[in-house]
Design a protein around this ligand. Structure first.
Ligand SMILES: Nc1ncnc2c1ncn2[C@@H]1O[C@H](COP(=O)(O)OP(=O)(O)OP(=O)(O)O)[C@@H](O)[C@H]1O
Length: 533
């Protein structure tokens, strides 16, 4: 399907958005007190816009016409928000949508509307090109985070999406990203979509996923990450409309002029809480400062996804988002995937870990099905090398950690993925995002530094509605994590060993990047949580 007919499909979808419903919502919104604030903001934006230099003005005009064409041809801000009810949703399926939202515990916090957009129940409802539809052919239906966030993403809204590990967040941001690209007029190649990932391996995986979503070879996608030669990546990035990368290499290539972010209209921070924590904060600020600034009226949709959303990053996140809708699937509390059985083995000291680890792996491999494998997490690079050494001969284990060359890291990962090595020993470099089929068991030899890392580590199993097991050694050294761990176990309805309570149930207050205690959900302060009743 060519670009014109895509637009026709989209327009048709918008028309199907039930005019009456749209008017009702518009009236409701008109009453909303937020309108006043919005108007003030709009006039401020206008005056800011006047001050912009000629180049920025040109981009704004262009982006306005792009959004207008995406949103049914209206230039009016109010109208835009009303018409952006998402892809086709008929009144007939409204009840089913609400039922679905309730069943999957979809919660919305939206600063500009009290009425959530109905979730998308079928891929057929999406206003997308045939080649993207083809990219979804292996999936039966959208996952809840896809269902809930697509109406907002296709409407051009900023989204913070929080959903359990392995729930399809990559496709959730990938499909609207590629359709955004499809809707753009043909122009000279430049970066339009930027996805920032915390690790090299995740960047590569996201690159492969995004490429797998489209058969349209005119979409040029590039991945850039450290530890590999720069020149080849620079060449690929220069011609690419979609650039996926780790922060350090991205900044390098931006500084070299190989990546031009001034036309980025769709920005994704995958594993957003990790990207916004202290280690990455400055790099992320530097990267985002190179992209259009929506607070100055420039066009950029910003999308943050993660399975965890600690308070410590929320205020910072808000500085990069414009009226974001926050969509949470399931509990608002920190939650592990319900598909994972969590076992906590209390040990008197670290010396008994090695024997317990070998026992645990032997037992599980003996009963493992075809191609099933085990991921072992430790905290430190040296510890990873040592544990790998212990397990290498016995189980043909391989390792992955930051002291290894990138080539060796990729080789180890490939060996594990292919099943050649059924055991991978890893530091937290493999904790987030990696989607490796048939990981039946995650073992935490050393407890991670944060409870969020625990959620991500164990989330390497039990993905895409499969079942998995996480086995965690807990020693007296880990006692400061007992309270948080008990909460996570309770929330996921898991057995809590009696002995864990002796370490106490108190949860330490979280600190932000500057060491200050954070207690409120700053960016969403003005908004209230809304659900379908
Ligand atoms: N609609 C769908 N139906 C079934 N499987 C899906 C669907 N969408 C994506 N998947 C699959 O689900 C798996 C997990 O997806 P993905 O890696 O995007 O999860 P995630 O939510 O980003 O996890 P994490 O929080 O660990 O990063 C992938 O193998 C992906 O292909």
């Amino acid at each position: 399907m060519g670009k014109r007919s895509i637009k026709e499909v989209k327009d048709a979808g918008l028309e199907k958005n039930v005019e009456g419903e749209a008017i009702k919502r518009k009236e409701k919104k008109a009453k909303h007190e937020h309108k006043k604030e919005k108007k003030e903001k709009k006039s401020k934006d206008k005056s800011d816009t006047k001050k912009k230099d000629k180049k920025e003005k040109k981009r704004k005009e262009k982006s306005d016409s792009e959004s207008a064409s995406q949103e049914g041809g209206s230039n009016d801000e109010e109208e835009k928000n009303t018409l952006t009810e998402g892809p086709s949703q008929s009144v007939a399926n409204e009840a089913a949508c609400k039922e679905y939202a309730k069943k999957h515990e979809i919660n919305y916090v939206d600063p500009i509307s009290q009425t959530p957009l109905l979730p998308v129940l079928n891929f057929s409802e999406l206003p997308i090109a045939d080649n993207l539809r083809l990219g979804l052919k292996n999936f039966k239906e959208p996952t809840p985070i896809q269902s809930a966030s697509w109406p907002y993403l296709f409407a051009g809204r900023d989204v913070v999406g929080i959903a359990e590990t392995g729930s399809g967040k990559t496709v959730a941001f990938g499909i609207p990203a590629l359709q955004y690209l499809q809707n753009l007029p043909d122009e000279k190649p430049t970066t339009r979509i930027l996805v920032v990932s915390p690790t090299r391996e995740l960047a590569i995986q996201t690159y492969e996923n995004i490429k797998g979503l489209t058969s349209d070879v005119s979409f040029k996608v590039a991945v850039v990450y450290g530890g590999a030669p720069k020149s080849e990546q620079a060449r690929a990035a220069r011609n690419a409309s979609v650039v996926i990368g780790t922060p350090g290499r991205l900044l390098d290539l931006i500084n070299d002029g190989a990546v031009d972010c001034s036309n980025v209209g769709y920005l994704v921070l995958d594993e957003a809480d990790r990207m916004l924590d202290t280690g990455f904060e400055q790099d992320i600020r530097n990267i985002i400062s190179q992209t259009p600034n929506p607070l100055k009226g420039e066009a950029r949709q910003t999308v943050f996804y993660s399975a965890t959303w600690p308070e410590s990053v929320r205020a910072l996140a808000a500085t990069f988002l414009k009226d974001p809708v926050k969509i949470t699937i399931g509990s608002d509390e920190l939650s592990a995937s319900q598909n994972i059985t969590q076992i906590i083995e209390l040990l008197d000291d670290s010396r008994s870990k090695e024997r317990s680890l070998i026992n645990c792996i032997s037992k599980n491999l003996a009963s493992a099905g075809e191609g099933e494998k085990i991921l072992v997490f430790v905290l430190y690079k040296k510890e990873a090398a040592r544990v790998e050494n212990t397990l290498a001969r016995r189980f043909n284990a391989v390792g992955i950690h930051g002291d290894m060359s990138q080539a060796a890291r990729l080789q180890a990962l490939e060996s594990f993925k292919s099943g050649k090595s059924p055991v991978l020993v890893a530091t937290d470099v493999a904790a987030r995002g990696l989607d490796i089929p048939k990981v039946q068991l995650v073992i935490n030899v050393t407890f991670p530094l944060t409870i969020e890392d625990y959620i991500h580590r164990i989330g390497r199993t039990g993905r895409a509605n499969t079942k998995g097991v996480a086995h965690t050694f807990f020693t007296p050294e880990d006692k400061s994590h007992a309270g948080e761990l008990i909460n996570v176990l309770r929330q996921a309805k898991q057995d809590i060993p009696e002995g864990l309570y002796k370490y106490g149930t108190a949860v330490k207050p979280k600190l932000n990047a500057y060491g200050n205690r954070v207690t409120n959900d700053a960016p969403m302060k003005a908004a209230t949580k809304i659900t379908f009743d």
